[in-house]
Design a protein around this ligand. Structure first.
Ligand SMILES: Cc1ncc(COP(=O)(O)O)c(C=O)c1O
Length: 382
């Protein structure tokens, strides 16, 4: 059974809605960026939850410290390496909660946040909720010069939100030279970078994060949503010890005693026993295989952001026409480009995800997508 079938059964039979999923009319739904429910590590989590309750009892269930569970921050600092220390980490409510928390501390309403186009559409919502001005960089532009130009034009306090590795929605990973150029430009124009690295651990290549290159200027957001399970609602901020202390000192963390201490204890256990590493390796390999199947029939000419090797997403371009409509004609649901952009973008582009369908369905979806891109569909390339 494919993951999407579990979702479809669940929402069809549900008396009350418990999961974030809405069925599409098309047979092959490539729109969702959810981890496959058949791959969620239920057994490993059961063992870890049992160990936490058996060994720690009431301590696991009390209010925690505002910066988040110490065991998790120490285990995570070790895993992140490159000199990361536990006092540079704050446990958050996923990467989404991390972005909101950071923006709440370091920005003021009216500040500018530069974003790539396309970018993660829900980050745009989180930024807008904080009453910040979103400025989209030109689609496909080289990041460093585009940031320099936009920061100069704005003049005031400026942030950059960026997804350096296996990005949502393009799948693009910035190379080392691009990373170095970006942090150098940010330093030159006094731009604070917020990097969102929820997919970084799913690949095979380990490049330094932007925060590794400039820990003062770059705040890194991480998450266990894609590497363990999204229902944990657990992630983290990595920043300077000083900023981490300021984040931890905010009212919501102080009042709540940190984020999800029980869940954080479970994740700490998974890290300490080595189970976390095994889960990430397993999930990463599975999604890499799926990506290869999904893109197997797709020509490079239709991958304007390059050919992703890991993560969930790829960015597809048709020669002309409306790709969402043409794909729907052959039973494929793909995510429209306009969702991921602030400015107008041609409907020739769309995001596809490899995370929810199994290999057989992905192979069929790939063949149908190739036929649409070759102009054998109704609207595109006619
Ligand atoms: C780039 C990016 N950031 C953040 C999130 C949400 O992460 P979390 O579940 O940790 O809040 C997603 C999920 O799709 C994402 O793609």
């Amino acid at each position: 059974v494919d993951g999407i079938d579990l979702f479809l059964d669940e929402v069809a039979g549900a008396e009350h809605r418990d999961i974030q999923f809405v069925p599409k009319a098309e047979r092959y739904d490539l729109t969702w960026g959810h981890p496959d429910p058949t791959l969620l590590p239920v057994d490993e989590l059961r063992v870890a939850a049992d160990a936490v309750l058996s060994h720690r009892g009431w301590q696991a269930l009390s209010y925690g410290t505002s910066e988040g569970a110490g065991r998790l921050r120490h285990a995570l600092a070790e895993r992140l390496g490159r000199g990361t220390t536990a006092d540079e980490l704050v446990v958050t409510h996923g990467s989404s909660g991390a972005l909101d928390l950071v923006l709440g501390l370091v920005s003021e309403p009216g500040d500018v946040v530069l974003v790539e186009q396309p970018t993660y559409f829900l980050a745009l919502r989180i930024i807008a909720d904080r009453r910040l001005r979103i400025v989209g960089l030109p689609p496909g532009a080289h990041l460093a010069p585009a940031v320099a130009e936009a920061a100069t034009a704005h003049g005031g306090r400026t942030f950059l939100y960026v997804i350096p590795t296996h990005a949502n929605p393009t799948g693009r990973t910035l190379g080392l030279d691009e990373r170095r150029a970006l942090v150098a430009t940010a330093a030159e124009h006094d731009v604070t970078i917020v990097e969102d690295e929820v997919y970084a651990e799913l690949g095979t290549e380990v490049l330094p994060s932007l925060a590794d290159l400039d820990p003062e200027r770059v705040v890194r957001l991480g998450s266990f949503s894609k590497t363990i399970a999204p229902g944990l609602r657990l992630g983290y901020v990595r920043t300077t010890a000083e900023r981490a202390a300021a984040l931890a000192g905010c009212g919501v963390l102080d009042s709540g005693g940190g984020i999800n201490p029980f869940v954080a204890g479970i994740v700490a256990d998974l890290m300490e026993t080595g189970a976390y590493g095994r889960i990430v390796d397993r999930l990463g390999a599975t999604y890499r295989e799926r990506m290869a199947v999904l893109l197997g029939t797709i020509d490079d000419a239709h991958l304007p952001a390059g050919r992703p090797t890991a993560g969930f997403f790829a960015w597809i371009r048709a020669a002309q026409g409306d790709l969402v409509a043409a794909a729907a004609d052959v039973g494929l649901a793909v995510a429209p480009a306009s969702s991921f952009c602030v400015d107008r973008i041609a409907p020739t582009h769309a995001r596809v995800s490899c995370s929810l369908l199994g290999p057989a369905d992905l192979a069929e979806a790939s063949a149908r997508l190739a036929s649409v891109l070759a102009g054998r569909g109704r609207t595109c390339g006619v």
